[in-house]
Design a protein around this ligand. Structure first.
Ligand code: UDX
Length: 473
């Protein structure tokens, strides 16, 4: 069996779409019949990398079963090659309060523990050949259930290696008095965790610190008890951080990112994508369009929304802006400010949800104003698109810190969102010397990133190691 998988490991993963059919047939012919169970946390930024991993493992000859919650459920009809099992989790509220994500994740764990136990037990009695479970880092109770039922589990960390180091360092940071974060120290370097400054740490209200400490402790315990940690990152951007994690956590670590690069085209969007923006992009000059998206959860208040609208309009730069339902606090469907549509006609487009990977890969796109969710950050780097960084919550501040101060491929947009400052920042990135220098650095970073995914590149080798590791379990 290992020899057959090794044979597949030798096939470079570039141009994978073309080979999907060929490889699947090949693995079938070779009789590889091992099944991997996967369970993503039910949010877009966590579902995407998990389904990308599913696709990668399927290409390597494994059968795939996806467990998913009814909350933000995944549509099985979009993935006919996989089996799906729905967990009746009883999560009723769709409301996600960004600063309260620890309690929300704890709630998901509590809601899913018993239903997952029942489902997995039944599944195991009906099916042979289950090799392991891969579940999100935050599914600490799911990892524990797998262990109780004798299933080996691996962790998928969908964020950066640096953010995982932030989790492992949290008890020390707390003991040293960093929390609650102090406004007066916000620009100071966190000496225990450079290059983070105090303001790049995940903010946490005083009353939520205990919840957060509990979540982090249980996540790290689950990671340490797992058979391996898969991270959606790569050595061209986080070599030191990956190295330190190897030293700090005594489990195998597989840095196999950027995952979206290793997978065939697939549909994992929870919202319908408006593909008309691709036709609009076709009509724009190369490198002229600023793509603006704040991901799947962040929201602006109404005043910030209006300032953003006029800042973009006044920059005179073509733009494509994602305003998804819930983008503005307190309203599901927001209307654009009066006069805005007339003002931007022909040079601006607003959509509710975009095919982001295709947008970033489009020739017309020359800049990306992002919230620096980790997926967006990786996707932007992969396509070599310089960024304006405006993080909102959780790991986004830390990601933005790396983009602006470590890789130096983005401009930080700090402080109150005002149209005048937005206009100036957009011009700096798209038209001025600062933007050209960033573009050049991004070109180099992109080239280094692509080296990692070549047949002898670090991510490709880590994927081979992961496959062999799974087969040895
Ligand atoms: C959340 C957190 O905000 C983030 O900090 C953490 O790293 C992951 O979970 P999210 O807001 O969803 O992330 O952002 P991000 O990680 O960037 O993921 C968004 C995904 O949605 C990306 O893969 C992006 O390609 C996709 N997307 C976004 C679309 O397909 N269309 C859009 O219009 C916008």
């Amino acid at each position: 069996m290992t020899n057959l998988i090794s044979l597949i490991n030798l096939i470079p993963l570039a141009n994978i779409e073309v080979r999907t059919q060929q490889l699947s047939t090949m693995s079938g012919d070779l009789g590889i019949n091992r099944r991997i169970l996967l369970f993503p946390l039910p949010y877009q930024g966590h579902i995407n990398p998990m389904l990308e991993l599913a696709s990668l493992l399927h290409l390597r000859g494994f059968s795939i079963t996806i467990f998913h919650t009814q909350f933000n459920s995944i549509d099985p009809t979009k993935h006919p090659s996989y089996d799906f099992i729905s967990i009746i989790d009883g999560t009723t509220s769709n409301h996600f309060e960004v600063n309260n994500f620890p309690s929300r994740f704890v709630e998901h764990n509590n809601n899913c523990e018993q239903p997952f136990y029942d489902s997995l037990r039944k599944y195991l009695s009906d099916n042979k050949g289950v090799t392991c479970l891969v579940a999100d880092l935050h599914w600490y109770k799911i990892h524990a259930v797998a262990k109780r039922l004798g299933v080996v589990s691996l962790v998928l960390r969908t964020g950066s290696a640096a953010s995982l180091r932030w989790f492992t360092s949290f008890p020390v940071l707390r003991a040293k008095g960093y929390y609650p974060l102090r406004e007066s120290e916000k620009d100071e370097l966190v000496t225990e965790l450079p290059p983070y400054r105090v303001k790049d740490l995940i903010p946490m209200d005083k009353c939520r610190i205990d919840d957060f400490a509990m979540l982090v402790e249980r996540d790290i315990e689950a990671a340490k008890n797992s058979s391996g940690i898969i991270i959606n990152t790569f050595t061209a951007i986080e070599s030191d951080e990956i190295q330190k994690l190897h030293q700090e956590l005594s489990v195998p670590i597989f840095s196999i990112g950027p995952l979206h690069k290793f997978t065939s085209q697939f549909q994992s969007s929870l919202l319908p994508q408006d593909r008309s923006c691709l036709d609009w992009l076709d009509k724009q000059a190369p490198g002229s369009v600023l793509y603006v998206s704040f991901g799947s959860l962040a929201s602006l208040n109404y005043e910030e929304f209006v300032e953003t609208a006029w800042g973009l309009a006044n920059s005179r730069q073509p733009f494509l802006w994602v305003v998804r339902p819930g983008s503005v606090c307190g309203t599901e469907n927001v209307s654009m400010p009066d006069g805005f549509d007339e003002e931007i006609r022909g040079r601006g487009m607003v959509v509710a949800w975009a095919p982001q990977l295709e947008v970033l890969a489009h020739d017309a796109v020359g800049g990306f104003w992002t919230h620096n969710g980790w997926n967006s950050t990786l996707e932007g780097i992969w396509e070599g698109v310089p960024m304006i960084c405006r993080p909102f919550f959780a790991d986004q501040m830390g990601n933005a810190r790396y983009v602006t101060h470590v890789w130096k491929v983005g401009i930080e947009l700090e402080g109150k969102l005002e149209r005048r400052i937005i206009e100036k920042t957009v011009r700096s990135l798209m038209k001025e010397k600062e933007g050209s220098e960033i573009r050049e650095r991004m070109r180099v970073l992109r080239k280094n990133a692509s080296e990692c995914t070549k047949a002898d590149g670090s991510s490709h080798l880590a994927i081979n190691k992961l496959v062999n590791h799974i087969l040895s379990l």
